[in-house]
Design a protein around this ligand. Structure first.
Ligand SMILES: Nc1ncnc2c1ncn2[C@@H]1O[C@H](COP(=O)(O)OP(=O)(O)OP(=O)(O)O)[C@@H](O)[C@H]1O
Ligand SMILES: [Mg+2]
Length: 367
């Protein structure tokens, strides 16, 4: 029996078959088992849009869950700490704290777990109630032989004050050797900006994991398995072509797979022609959903540099790009560095740089 299209070309949606990432997942498993102090218990994932940060965050959460850990996905954006304080933690504690029933009857509210007044929190870097509630949850978890995993997606969107308060609560728990772990994920520039801020010390100590593109075999294997599990097959040459078009980029694996599946119509086999037919859509979607947002915040000087690079069909010589722009080599190097930090370009050997995102060149050439 054949089901519907098994590919999931949308952001934040976990794929049916997760390609690659096994090493990191295994390391995280080990860290959870190793106990407090294991460095891979604090991770900061960075990567370009569509590189699979949210999917990986989901997978890491799942690894913790199967061990019986409490997983707290922190709310994204503003209001992170207040939501944690008012809703998320009280709800968890009410559910899991064997003494919370009694406390509520005698003490009036869950904040009896030890908070001092919450409206002083603005004046101090720490939020005692969040720290205390987290500590309580970690104690409960420990008594069951598990722990607490905190996750935060879109780290760059979190207000710095909230991150600082979270950091101080987390650090407190680390010092107490609590069974606690943290995984944050965000765009490279946002993470860099955050790490530059005061109060983000624990983030600076976290393991930085920069998500790399998937390996070719990983793309091919995931595509073949996704298709097969949904009741079709993909021809060998179509699989190879798909791996070319995808360039190791997870979003494209889903997009190309989806379009090729669709192009095959009612046929049992996805052919080379079906994969080939996806190209216009691929370039167009990448432009709209990935490149346009990625370039939105980029200053003009850096855009000019990218456009000058786009004249080449492959890696560009930094000397030539500077010449095209009529700027000094030194100035060119500054701009190049900024674009590397943004993960829009990558070094490609001595004196060479290349586009970091597939089809970015085509996008820049279009306008
Ligand atoms: N390891 C993977 N294997 C297969 N598909 C993946 C993998 N990781 C991500 N994807 C797919 O890629 C797309 C983008 O993934 P995801 O939303 O995790 O990216 P992201 O890095 O969080 O992007 P953003 O910066 O926009 O939040 C989704 O369609 C998802 O299903
Ligand atoms: Mg995401």
């Amino acid at each position: 029996m054949r089901g519907g299209n098994p590919f999931r070309p949308s952001f934040g949606t976990s794929p049916r078959v997760v390609a690659g990432r096994a090493d990191l997942l295994d390391e995280f498993d080990i860290a959870l088992d190793e106990g407090p102090g294991s460095p891979m218990r604090s991770i900061l994932l960075s990567g370009a849009r569509g590189m699979g940060k949210t999917v990986l965050l989901n997978e890491l959460e799942e690894r913790a869950r199967v061990r019986g850990w409490h997983v707290l996905r922190l709310p994204e954006g503003p209001g992170l700490m207040s939501e944690l304080e008012r809703t998320v933690l009280p709800a968890r504690l009410t559910e899991h704290d064997p003494t919370s029933q009694r406390r509520r009857i005698t003490g009036g509210s869950i904040s009896a777990v030890g908070s001092v007044s919450t409206d002083t929190s603005e004046a101090y870097p720490t939020t005692p109630s969040v720290a205390t509630m987290l500590q309580r949850l970690a104690e409960i978890a420990r008594s069951h032989g598990t722990g607490v995993l905190l996750t935060l997606d879109e780290v760059q969107a979190a207000p710095i004050e909230d991150v600082a308060r979270l950091a101080s609560a987390y650090q407190h728990l680390l010092r107490d050797e609590s069974e606690i772990a943290f995984v944050g994920a965000g765009l490279p520039t946002g993470i860099a900006a955050l790490l530059g801020q005061q109060g983000s010390t624990f983030l600076r100590r976290a393991e930085r994991v920069d998500l790399a593109p998937l390996r070719r075999e990983e793309v091919l294997d995931a595509a073949v398995r996704t298709v097969r599990e949904a009741g079709r097959v993909i021809s060998a040459e179509a699989g190879e072509r798909l791996a070319d078009v995808v360039h190791g980029y997870p979003y494209l694996l889903q997009l190309v797979g989806y379009q090729a599946w669709r192009a095959a119509g009612d046929d049992e086999v996805i052919t080379l022609a079906d994969v080939e037919a996806t190209l216009p859509v691929v370039v167009d979607r990448m432009s709209r959903l990935v490149h346009t947002p990625a370039l939105r915040q980029v200053p003009q000087g850096q855009l000019d540099y990218l456009r000058a690079m786009a004249q080449d069909d492959g890696p560009s010589s930094t000397g030539e790009v500077a010449a095209r722009l009529g700027v000094s080599k030194q100035h060119g190097n500054v701009v190049r560095g900024r674009l590397i930090d943004r993960e829009l370009i990558v070094p490609a050997g001595h004196g060479l740089v290349d586009m970091a995102l597939p089809y970015l060149r085509e996008h820049l050439r279009r306008g």
